[in-house]
Ligand binder design. Structure first.
Ligand code: ZN
Length: 272
């Protein structure tokens, strides 16, 4: 599987989009940011060459991890070793990052198994040479997920909180209700440029995350109606137009529309 890496510059923020070709499916994308000597996330293990190039090209003195998933920490041990820095992350992700669990096969093939590493605890604020970020704990997608907000520059680095506003599936490990709470927390921040870890820069974080929240609440309301009519979870995914066998099969049920529907109904207090 080929890996492609492309750079785009947005003032002091540089985004590297890493694309993994997936046979028979759309390519998977994830990225890393460099801002003012700080590397935000380190990409997946299978993008090692690309990330080695990035740390050659920039004078990096700090590494911040938005959460412990393999497409974000995959080169953290390598970068830490090369640069002699200890990456920072939310305290609740440090144990999972020190000893990452063996990944399911499809994630191992797409992103690669990360090596464990030592990290330091990210405080409520993290400074680069010129900028100062507020660290906002935003669990749901992952228990240790954080968003970085720079109030003077009006930047929100959203990790995996946004990803898309056309949400149609969820991972089994995601807590959808907690994610919705985190989205509301971030929507309360005055409008900022959004730097998504997978889709790059967007003009307005309130617009993008607001659209995603509307979509999720819309699906939730429709799911409630279908549930009250006695439909099963699988029937509800079909009625909502989000049924999707391919991802469910490839992920062996870890990533599916059913998980999204269940999570939304749980958030509405309609399922245990
Ligand atoms: Zn993630």
């Amino acid at each position: 599987m080929a890996t492609h890496c492309e750079r785009s510059d947005h003032g002091p923020v540089t985004f590297y989009e890493i694309e993994r070709a997936v046979p028979g499916a759309r390519p998977m994308r994830v990225g890393v940011y460099v801002v003012d000597g700080t590397l935000i996330d380190t990409g997946p293990r299978h993008a090692r060459e690309c990330v080695a190039g990035i740390i050659e090209e920039h004078d990096i003195d700090q590494v911040v991890l938005t959460h412990h998933h393999e497409d974000h920490i995959g080169n953290a041990a390598f970068v830490a070793d090369r640069l002699g820095v200890i990456p920072l992350m939310h305290h609740s992700g440090q144990a999972a990052t020190a000893a990452p669990k063996a990944l399911p096969t499809y994630r191992k093939v797409i992103w690669g198994q990360p090596a464990g590493l030592e990290t330091s605890t990210l405080d409520d604020e993290v400074s680069t040479r010129r900028f100062s970020f507020r660290v906002v704990h935003t669990p749901g997608h992952a228990h240790d997920h954080v968003v970085l907000h720079e109030p003077d520059q009006n930047w929100v680095f959203s990790g995996d909180l946004y990803l898309t506003d056309r949400v149609s599936r969820a991972f089994e490990y995601e807590d959808i209700g907690v994610m919705i709470q985190s989205m509301r927390t971030v929507l309360a921040i005055p409008d900022c440029e959004l730097f998504c870890q997978h889709t790059g820069r967007h003009m307005s974080h309130q617009h993008q995350i607001g659209k995603k929240l509307d979509r999720m609440l819309g699906l939730r309301n429709r799911a409630i109606v279908h549930l009250e009519e006695g439909r099963s979870i699988r029937e509800i995914t079909r009625a909502l137009g989000i049924a999707d066998r391919a991802h469910k099969i490839v992920s062996r049920g870890e990533w599916s529309a059913e998980h999204l529907v269940r999570g939304l109904l749980r958030d509405a207090g309609r399922l245990d």
